[in-house]
Design a protein around this ligand. Structure first.
Ligand SMILES: [Zn+2]
Length: 135
């Protein structure tokens, strides 16, 4: 089990990933926004290196953070780790190039879809989720 990464730790992963210039088969689509995990990324090619999954159930909000009018699918949607879906994510890196990705399982009506997004430090925002019903 992983404990959730701090914002500073996640930012370190993001900067390290962003600095990688080596070409790699994980790169062509870049995953700037959320996408279904493609079949050509086999499970073994992503190594789990951390988690953003909230330790407390009341922090597992379904609220998203879009102050600038972005949406879930926007390629420029902010990465706010305490908000959905980032609070469901595992942090993974490509075993070949060490680029870092976020992934989680989106539960749909009929099946669960694995989703993936690259981790861009420029999109990260350190904003706290103020839980509903908290004093
Ligand atoms: Zn790679």
């Amino acid at each position: 089990m992983f404990t959730p990464l701090t914002y500073a730790q996640l930012l370190q992963f993001a900067h390290r990933s962003n600095a990688i210039t080596q070409s790699c088969s994980c790169k062509p689509k870049a995953f700037v926004g959320w996408e279904g995990l493609p079949a050509w990324i086999k499970e073994g090619r992503l190594r789990e290196v951390g988690s953003l999954i909230a330790a407390e159930e009341e922090d597992l909000t379904l609220d998203e953070y879009h102050p600038a009018g972005t949406s879930y699918w926007s390629s420029d949607a902010p990465v706010a780790p305490q908000f959905f879906p980032y609070n469901r994510c595992k942090v993974c890196e490509c075993v070949d190039c060490n680029r870092v990705y976020l992934r989680y399982a989106e539960a749909g009506a009929y099946h669960i879809e694995q989703r993936i997004r690259g981790l861009d430090p420029a999109l990260m925002v350190d904003v706290a989720f103020e839980g509903v019903g908290r004093a």
